[in-house]
Design a protein around this ligand. Structure first.
Ligand code: ATP
Length: 370
């Protein structure tokens, strides 16, 4: 199926600095993509480049609608107003001197008055804003302002909607409800959307697909389940906080390599992420361990000490450090969940219960970090 938007080898430089490089993404009509990554990795720059507020230095953006295909490249830089892309900014950027209705009608000035009226009324109803049509932005709550921003962006019937941290200004209690509501609305309209977020829960609630970025590049794209189950690099696992890192060493190589750690030898099936060359690079090997994939073991001798405790809805979350600290395999922050309460400084015997383990090669700094 032809994707609604296809981004190929997109690159952007600002003030002679590479901000985006080799960005490749495609989205089918009606799909919602969440862009995540550390601060400064280029998420907003990507949205602004798609919207036409920043010029690309290489690559193509193709938008396929029923009516036509738009090709945007360095040789064919289409101005923002001809891209048929709607954008919702983090602060909503509503016009303070215009009423809710006038904000929504703002992008419709070229259309006949009757069409403007009809579309505005439809959007007021759709976003449950009819009672606020004559109010001004400062007379609305954050959630209501966000609905107006969405209505205004949808009014010109864009083929793609871009949302920069759409829920960051919404009260935490309302956020989840609003996210589900807006997602259902976009799905009903079969609207294709790309949104930026810092919030892991947000991406899992709102997105069909996620793209994890780092240093101007897209590291991994997939459904939230795919990315969580098999993060393709330690940066992805680290950014999404999918577990903690347990340093390991190679015991034997071959088709079924075996490894050891300060929690003992690990018999689990190993998935060698990125085909780490075990012989060459065995110094910085680590496995990703989820907090729920470990248990207390009566048959193992004590191997960890409780360093930090926090209370969770399911019980207690512990940070454990290895009892042995003068080893290259020592760790300081292994996450562990339990319903039992242990005091700080308690020594415990822990074993890994996961069926398989993801093996990564680490940069030095991720060792011992959660
Ligand atoms: N106009 C500009 N001129 C030069 N550099 C810029 C400009 N705008 C952004 N940058 C740089 O581009 C990089 C990416 O910025 P961007 O705002 O896209 O990141 P981000 O992932 O959205 O960050 P955050 O999550 O903090 O919002 C940063 O290093 C930033 O300093």
């Amino acid at each position: 199926m032809t994707p609604l938007i296809k981004i190929k080898n997109l690159a952007v430089e600002l003030q002679q600095k590479v901000i985006l490089s080799q960005v490749n993404l495609s989205l089918a009509k009606g799909e919602i993509l969440g862009l995540v990554g550390p601060s400064g990795c280029g998420k907003t720059t990507l949205l602004n480049t798609l919207a036409g507020f920043i010029d690309q230095n290489a690559g193509t953006i193709t938008i396929n609608t029923d009516a036509k295909a738009i090709n945007i490249s360095v040789d064919n830089m289409l101005p923002a107003e001809q891209r048929n892309i709607g954008m919702i900014f983090q602060d909503y950027a509503l016009f303070p001197h215009l009423s809710v209705s006038d904000n929504i009608r703002f992008g419709l000035k070229k259309l006949a008055k009757t069409v403007q009226e009809k579309r505005c009324q439809e959007l007021l109803n759709l976003l449950e804003l009819a009672d606020f049509a004559h109010r001004y932005p400062h007379q609305l709550s954050g959630g209501q302002q966000q609905r107006v921003a969405i209505a205004r962006a949808l009014a010109p019937q864009p083929s793609l909607l871009l949302l920069d941290e759409p829920f960051s200004n919404i009260d935490a209690r309302l956020r989840h409800e609003l996210m589900l509501e807006i997602r259902q609305l976009l799905k009903r309209l079969n609207m294709t959307a790309i949104f930026v977020t810092h919030n892991k829960d947000e991406v899992f609630t709102f997105a069909d697909k996620i793209a994890v970025m780092d240093s101007g590049k897209v590291l991994q794209v997939g459904t939230p389940a795919e990315v969580c189950q098999q993060p393709n690099s330690w940066q992805v696992a680290d950014f999404l906080q999918l577990g903690s890192w347990l340093p390991v060493a190679l015991l034997s190589n071959g088709p079924a390599p075996s490894i050891t750690s300060l929690l003992g030898n690990l018999e689990q099936q190993l998935i060698n992420v990125g085909n780490v060359s075990l012989l060459d690079d065995s110094r910085h090997l680590q496995v990703l361990v989820q907090a729920n994939a470990m248990s207390l073991s009566p048959t193992t001798s004590n191997n960890v000490i409780v360093e930090h405790i926090s209370v969770t809805e399911q019980g207690y979350h512990y940070l454990l450090r290895s009892i042995i600290q003068d080893s290259p395999l020592a760790f300081r922050q292994l996450s562990f969940n339990s319903r039992e309460l242990f005091a700080l400084g308690t020594e415990l015997a822990i074993k890994i219960t996961a069926e398989h383990l993801l093996l990564y090669q680490a940069a030095n700094e991720t060792r011992n970090a959660e």
